[in-house]
Structure formats: structure tokens, C-alpha cells
Design a protein around this ligand. Structure first.
Ligand SMILES: NC(=O)c1ccc[n+]([C@@H]2O[C@H](COP(=O)([O-])OP(=O)(O)OC[C@H]3O[C@@H](n4cnc5c(N)ncnc54)[C@H](O)[C@@H]3O)[C@@H](O)[C@H]2O)c1
Length: 306
């Protein structure tokens, strides 16, 4: 298959592109390198340094005629969305519409979308949270992810464009930059490896569902290989608070100091843990990498890559 990966120079998208290449697919990447890095781009892909909002995107669809699109390009910071909601909507909603219009025009067979289980439900009443939980996004970023899911449902209904929205928990792993939803793991590791004291915002009791990037890649592979439509949580059903993240990394790295505490940040949820029952049943997916193992692999990457 020929697969267009938007955001393929970024943290998650580049791992997906690598896996697709290894499995023998042809891969096209569209990325404007706003947060992505050229060094993440697999040498075997066709790369277009392009904004997903640009009119030129149509040339890529016309020339490459991808069978499927795996859409990961995004303004992906909750904090940026709080400060710049119009910019967030511009990239995360209008950018998506530009992609969807081209998918319809050039007969794309399926679109896989990186949604966010950590933001679309807000402070969920039930935990682990299932897909039946009412939506209550508390940031423009959560609103734009949820809006995209509604657009996907509309394009399926109106144009029969099949889709799968994967609602990720907090993704971490090699190549992660110290910003965005799951950035805390990379931030702490980088601080500890350079002898700096990590700062915890708030009391360190914010709970998240941390998912290793290889498990996110396998969720995307399952999504491409299953003839099913809809939205699926991609989490572990295990919650970890920020203090436990710090303590686990402190043990793995053998970091001698304790953390510092700073003021809580706006937009941060108290608790987000995702049930993966639906993905397990429908996509045969479940996370395979434990937190300890995933943290060890991530530390190893940052040790090697500075
Ligand atoms: N990291 C997480 O924990 C997490 C959780 C839930 C959902 N997501 C979603 O997964 C996707 C990938 O996130 P990531 O963590 O790899 O972030 P990332 O910033 O590493 O990747 C995003 C990529 O999109 C590119 N991009 C941004 N705006 C663009 C534009 N207008 N046109 C073209 N390219 C553009 C960036 O250059 C970057 O390469 C995003 O959609 C994000 O919202 C991530």
C-alpha cells in the first residue's frame, strides 16, 4: 500500500513511518517541520515540506495517490491551545478539512487519526474511562480533536470515507521532544541526565495513562488492517501520577537529588486513565510494554542521543 503520513517528521509519526517502511509499504510524508525534525525522516520515504493547510497539498494527493492517510500533523500542545485557540483551530480543524477534501477527491480508502483520550473526556467521572463517557474537553486542543472526530463521522456518512480515530493516552518514548501532552517523561529524563533538578507543577498527584510509542505504532497498524470504523481509546487502564514518574526515573537513572515543586498549570487535568477494552475486542490491540521497560528504553535513547 501507499500511505501518506502527515506529521511523519514528528515523534509519533516518524515511528509509524519507520514501521510502515519495514513492513514493505510505500510511505509519503507531509510535514512543515514546525516541531518535527528532518533527522527523524526515514530516508526511504517521499518527503514534502508542506503545511497541511496549504493549497499545494492537493498536488501531493494528485501525484502520489495514497491508498490510506495516517494523520498525525497537529498543533499538539494543550498550553499553546489555551493561549492561541485560533491558531489551534486553524491547524487542527481547517488543516484536517483540507486533508479530508483531498481524501474524498483522490479516493483515499481509509484515514487513521491521532485523537486524544487525555483531553476529549475532560475530568471523567468513570475511570478507567470508556468510549461511552460523555465528552467534556477543557481546552481548545481537546475541542479541536473532538471536532475532527465529528468531521470524520460526517465524511464517512456523506462520502463513505472509512476512518479510525485513536484516542491516545500520554505517549512517551524515543524522539519525544520535551513539550506537549506527554512531554513530562522526556523533560524529566533530559533534566536528570544533565544533572538538573526536575520541576513538578502542582503537587505531583496528576494521574495519566502513559503509553509507550511502540504500542501506539501497533495500534496504528491494527487500525490500518481492520475493516472497522469509529473511535478507540488507546491506553493501558493503568494510572501513574507525576511523582511516580519522577521516582521511577530517579531509580532507573540513579539520580541523586529530589524534585522541586512549582505552581500548577492551567488546563492540566487531575486524572485521565483510559479503558482499552473496545480496542482489544475490535482491533485485537493491547499495550505490551510495561512502564518500567518503556522508561528504560526511553532513558537508553536519551543517553545515546544526548
Ligand atoms: N504525544 C502525545 O502524548 C499525544 C497524545 C494524544 C494525541 N497526540 C497526537 O498525536 C499526533 C502526533 O503528536 P506528537 O507527539 O508526535 O507531536 P509532534 O509535534 O512530534 O508531531 C507533530 C508533527 O506535525 C507537524 N506539523 C505541525 N503542524 C503542521 C502543519 N500545519 N502542517 C504540516 N505539519 C505540521 C510537526 O512538524 C510535527 O512533525 C498529534 O496529532 C497529537 O495531537 C499526541
Amino acid at each position: 500500500m501507499k500511505i501518506l503520513v502527515t506529521g511523519g517528521a514528528g515523534f509519533i509519526g516518524s515511528h509509524i513511518a519507520d514501521k510502515l517502511i519495514n513492513e514493505g509499504h510505500q510511505v509519503v510524508i507531509v510535514d512543515n517541520l514546525s516541531t518535527g525534525k528532518e533527522e527523524n525522516i526515514n530516508s526511504k520515504v517521499a518527503f514534502y515540506n508542506l503545511d497541511i493547510r496549504s493549497k499545494e497539498l492537493e498536488h501531493v494527493f494528485k501525484k502520489e495517490k495514497p491508498d490510506c492517510v495516517v494523520h498525525h500533523a497537529a498543533q499538539m500542545s494543550v498550553a499553546v491551545s489555551m493561549k492561541k485557540p485560533i491558531f489551534d483551530a486553524d491547524v487542527n480543524i481547517l488543516g484536517v478539512l483540507n486533508i479530508l477534501q483531498n481524501c474524498v477527491k483522490y479516493n483515499v480508502k481509509k484515514l487513521v487519526f491521532a485523537s486524544s483520550g487525555g483531553t476529549v473526556y475532560g475530568e471523567a467521572e468513570n475511570s478507567p474511562t470508556t468510549e461511552n463517557e460523555p465528552f467534556c474537553p477543557l481546552s481548545p486542543y481537546g475541542v479541536s480533536k473532538l471536532s475532527t472526530e465529528y468531521y470524520l463521522s460526517f465524511y464517512k456518512h456523506e462520502y463513505n470515507l472509512p476512518y479510525i480515530a485513536l484516542r491516545y493516552g500520554n505517549v512517551y518514548g524515543p524522539r519525544q521532544d520535551p513539550h506537549g501532552e506527554g512531554g513530562v517523561v522526556a523533560i524529566f529524563i533530559k533534566a536528570m541526565l544533565t544533572g538538573k533538578t526536575p520541576m513538578i507543577f502542582g503537587r505531583g498527584d496528576c494521574v495519566r495513562d502513559y503509553v509507550y510509542v511502540d504500542d501506539i505504532v501497533s495500534a496504528n497498524m491494527s487500525a490500518l488492517n481492520h475493516d472497522i470504523c469509529g473511535a478507540f481509546n488507546i491506553g493501558t487502564s493503568r494510572g501513574t501520577d507525576v511523582k511516580e514518574v519522577f521516582d521511577t526515573l530517579k531509580r532507573i537513572i540513579d539520580f541523586p537529588k529530589d524534585c522541586e515543586y512549582g505552581p500548577a498549570r492551567e488546563g492540566d487535568l487531575k486524572r485521565s486513565i483510559l479503558s482499552f477494552d473496545k480496542a482489544q475486542k475490535a482491533l485485537s490491540w493491547e499495550a505490551r510494554i510495561s512502564l518500567d521497560k518503556g522508561f528504560e528504553k526511553t532513558v537508553e535513547f536519551f543517553r545515546k542521543n544526548g
